[in-house]
Design a protein around this ligand. Structure first.
Ligand code: SAM
Length: 236
């Protein structure tokens, strides 16, 4: 490999894998702009917009773009979410490394994403269940989802498209999404960590005397456990 080729960690590599060949990409919350630089260098795409709400991260993105001599292919833009990006400028939109609720608000503010030709690649750091519920209640479908390990943490990456069908997810489906623990070990490990954190929450609810909420949560935990061990997911 040429020493001037950028290397991505596994989390961003999986995001890159979900981008379509020949896509026009908007990387929202680009920070260092590693992802668009990698996508251009690998020959997967020809142009991208690297956007960030904050000047500091955008500046570091611009430096990376210059370092790899890609200023003619990647335009850097100061933008809150997709506010400064037009629908005709991108086919694939990556929103990675942000909280699930923030990702929901960015999608909600850009109604033009409700188009079947747009692909969203989403990688929430927190509250993925809120993001999945939001997506399915607003006509989007999670077409593919996969867990990935980077630096000892396990993340989930989703490929999402507008399908104009509204689905209200159960708590169980919102927490497992389209992960497939029967086929992929990392998906299984991710869900085992979800169960461990829900068990802690369950204990806290019981200590606080919230018996009814605790019972609902116990039901979700049991469903996730049986799914991990070969059961069905209604949402799939
Ligand atoms: C933790 S970094 C993630 C960088 C990169 N996407 C990744 O996954 O490695 C989050 C970035 O999102 C930016 N950000 C936060 N809210 C944003 C918004 N509403 N619109 C655009 N960028 C935002 C922050 O300034 C920061 O640079």
């Amino acid at each position: 490999m040429n020493s001037n080729e950028i290397k991505l960690d596994r989390r961003l590599s999986l995001c890159a894998e979900f981008v379509r060949q020949g896509a026009t990409v908007a990387d929202i919350g680009t920070d260092h702009a590693y992802l668009p630089v990698y996508l251009i260098q690998s020959g997967k795409i020809n142009s991208a917009i690297a956007a960030d709400i904050n000047e500091g991260p955008l500046k570091s993105g611009i430096e990376t773009i210059k370092q790899y001599s890609l200023s003619d292919k990647i335009s850097a833009r100061l933008s809150n979410g997709l506010e400064k990006i037009r629908a005709d400028e991108c086919s694939d939109i990556v929103i990675a490394g942000m909280g699930g609720e923030l990702i929901c608000s960015i999608i909600e503010a850009a109604q033009w994403l409700k188009s079947s030709d747009k692909h969203l690649i989403l990688q929430p750091m927190t509250r993925p269940e809120v993001l999945r519920s939001y997506l399915c209640q607003n006509g989007f479908e999670i077409m593919r989802e996969q867990a990935v390990e980077s630096d000892g943490r396990i993340y989930t990456v989703m490929l999402v498209c507008f399908c104009n069908t509204t689905v209200v997810l159960s708590d169980f489906s919102a927490r497992v999404g389209k992960l497939n623990p029967a086929e992929r070990k990392l998906d299984r490990m991710y869900l085992e960590r979800v169960v461990a954190s829900l068990q802690k929450k369950h204990k806290g609810l019981l200590c606080g005397g919230n018996k009814n909420i605790a019972a609902d949560l116990a039901d979700t935990i049991n469903k996730i456990n049986s799914f991990i061990n070969g059961g069905q997911n209604d949402y799939c």
